[in-house]
Design a protein around this ligand. Structure first.
Ligand SMILES: *[C@@H]1O[C@H](CO)[C@@H](O)[C@H](O)[C@H]1NC(C)=O
Ligand SMILES: *[C@@H]1O[C@H](CO)[C@@H](O)[C@H](O)[C@H]1NC(C)=O
Ligand SMILES: *[C@@H]1O[C@H](CO)[C@@H](O)[C@H](O)[C@H]1NC(C)=O
Length: 416
C-alpha cells in the first residue's frame, strides 16, 4: 500500500518548464557595461523570476499536501502487540527494528498482563509511535461448560484458562483500536497483529498487506491456522481478532475440541474469510520445554540461528542439535507443527531441557549488536533507570492504561 505513493507524483515537474521563459544572458561587449547590465537586458526576466518561484513553490506545496492526504487516507495502520514480556529484552529490539520502524507511521497498541517482566516494555520508549499501552492486572475467566465442550486444553500450557486469557488479550487490543477510532472519528485501513515474544530476524515485508485475504504465517498450523501473526484490512481483522466474543458462533456452527489454531481457522471459515499463508522472518521465543524429537503434536523448537524464515515456529537460543539430513530423518512432513525445513531453513534444538548453559554468549553472537547490547542493558537495569524509561514511555504514549511506572519497576526489581 505505502509503496504506491513513493512512485506517485504523476505530474512531472518538468512539464511546467519554468526555465524556458528565461532568455539566454546577453553577451557583454566591454567591461564598462558590467554595472549597467541588470538595468538593461535582464529587466524583463528579473520581474518574471519571482513569479516563477512563487508558481514553483505553490506547485510543490500542493503536490506535498496531495501526497500527504492520499497517504493518510489510504494507509492508516494499527499494530497490535499482545502478550507477556517474559523475554522482551531479547525480542523487543528485533520488533522495534523489523516491524515498528518498518511502519513508522502506524499506531501501536500494546496489551499485556502485569507481572515481574512488564518493566521490560520500557524498551518501547524508542518506538516511533505508541498510541496506547494497556497493562492489566491478570484476571481469571470463568470456564463455562460451553468452553469445555468447544475448547480443548490439550497442548495449551495453562489449559482452557490459558486459551481464554490469550483470546482476551487479542480481542482487548481490537477494543482499544475501536475506542480510539470512535474518539477520533476515523477508521484504520489495516490492522497488523503480532506478539510480544516474537523474535524477528528480518524486516516485515510490506507485500504482506493483501486486499483480498487475511495473511498468516505458513506452518505451525496444529490442525488449523498459525495464529501468531495476522495482517488484514479493517473488516477482516475485526473478525480475526474477536477471538473471545465469536466463540458462541463457533459452538453454533458445530465445532468442538478446538485448540487455539483450529479455533482461529474455524473463525475465519464461519465468516468466509480466505486466509493466505506467507513465510515471515520471525519465531516465538519460548522458555517452555517440549519433548524431543518433535513428532505428531510435539512442537519442533528451532534454533534462533536457523537460516529461516521460521514463520512463527517456537525457538530459543541453542547450538543446533539436528539439521539437514538429521531433520529429514525425523519425518517433519508428519508434524502437526510442521514448519518449512527444506533448503536447510530449519535447525532444531533439543527442547526437552531448559535453555542451555551459556545461551547468553550464543545469543550475543547470533543477534545483531543492538539486540545484544539491549540484553546487557536490561540485565543491569536499575530501578532508577527503569523508572526513567517507563516514565518516558508513559509520556510518549497517547494513552496509558496501566499501573504507575513505579509499581511496574518495583515489581521487576523484586524478582531479580
Ligand atoms: C465524522 O466524520 C464524518 C465523515 O468523515 C462526518 O460526516 C461527521 O460529521 C464526523 N463526526 C464528528 C462528530 O466529527
Ligand atoms: C476487506 O477485504 C474484504 C475481502 O476482500 C472485502 O470484502 C472488504 O470490502 C474489505 N473491507 C474494506 C473496508 O476494505
Ligand atoms: C529451495 O531453494 C530453491 C533454490 O533457491 C528454490 O527454488 C526453492 O523454492 C526452495 N525451496 C523451498 C521449500 O524453500
Amino acid at each position: 500500500m505505502r509503496r504506491k505513493f513513493q512512485d506517485e507524483p504523476s505530474q512531472p515537474l518538468e512539464s511546467r518548464e519554468p526555465k524556458a521563459a528565461i532568455p539566454p544572458p546577453p553577451t557583454m561587449h566591454h567591461s564598462n557595461s558590467k554595472r549597467l547590465t541588470p538595468l538593461h537586458g535582464h529587466y524583463l526576466p528579473q520581474l518574471c523570476r519571482p513569479i516563477l518561484w512563487y508558481l514553483l513553490i505553490a506547485f510543490l506545496l500542493l503536490t506535498f499536501l496531495h501526497y500527504k492526504q492520499a497517504r493518510t487516507s489510504i494507509s492508516r495502520t494499527a499494530i497490535c502487540l499482545v502478550g507477556g514480556a517474559r523475554r522482551f529484552e531479547l525480542t523487543g529490539p528485533t520488533i522495534l527494528e523489523h516491524v515498528l520502524n518498518v511502519l513508522p507511521e502506524a499506531d501501536l497498541f500494546v496489551h499485556s498482563n502485569l507481572d515481574e517482566n512488564t518493566f521490560k516494555l520500557a524498551l518501547l520508549r524508542s518506538a516511533p509511535r505508541v498510541t496506547e499501552m494497556r497493562i492489566r492486572r491478570p484476571v481469571r475467566f470463568r470456564e463455562t461448560e460451553g468452553h469445555m465442550r468447544l475448547l480443548s486444553a490439550g497442548s495449551s500450557p495453562n489449559g482452557i484458562q490459558g486459551l481464554l486469557q490469550y483470546f482476551d488479550l487479542v480481542e482487548g487490543c481490537l477494543n482499544m483500536i475501536a475506542a480510539y477510532e470512535t474518539q477520533g472519528n476515523f477508521t484504520y485501513d489495516w490492522i497488523l497483529r503480532t506478539r510480544v515474544d516474537g523474535y524477528w530476524t528480518g524486516p516485515l515485508d510490506i507485500k504482506a498487506f493483501k486486499t483480498d485475504s487475511y495473511v498468516v504465517p505458513e506452518g505451525s498450523r496444529y490442525g488449523g491456522l498459525n495464529d501468531r501473526l495476522g495482517i488484514g484490512n479493517r473488516s477482516i481483522s475485526a473478525v480475526a481478532l474477536s477471538r473471545l466474543s465469536l466463540l458462541p458462533n463457533l459452538a453454533l456452527a458445530g465445532f468442538s475440541d478446538l485448540n487455539s489454531e483450529s479455533a482461529f481457522h474455524a473463525q475465519l471459515k464461519v465468516f468466509n474469510i480466505p486466509a493466505e499463508e506467507l513465510r515471515f522472518p520471525f519465531c516465538i521465543l519460548s522458555d517452555r520445554q517440549y519433548k524431543y524429537p518433535p513428532s505428531g503434536d510435539i512442537a519442533p523448537v528451532a534454533s534462533i540461528a536457523s537460516p529461516g524464515p521460521l514463520s512463527g515456529a517456537k525457538c530459543r537460543p541453542c547450538v543446533p542439535h539436528c539439521k539437514g539430513e538429521c531433520i529429514e530423518k525425523l519425518g517433519p512432513e508428519k508434524w502437526l507443527g510442521w514448519t518449512e525445513w527444506r533448503n536447510g531453513s530449519l535447525e532444531l534444538c533439543d527442547g526437552s531441557q531448559p535453555w542451555q548453559e551459556g545461551w547468553e554468549e550464543f545469543f550475543d553472537k547470533v543477534a545483531d549488536k543492538v539486540t545484544a547490547d539491549m540484553r546487557h542493558k536490561v540485565k543491569e537495569m536499575t530501578t532508577e533507570v527503569c523508572w526513567q524509561d517507563m516514565k518516558g514511555l508513559k509520556k510518549n504514549a497517547g494513552r496509558w492504561n496501566g499501573p504507575d511506572p513505579i509499581e511496574i519497576c518495583n515489581l521487576g526489581s523484586t524478582s531479580q
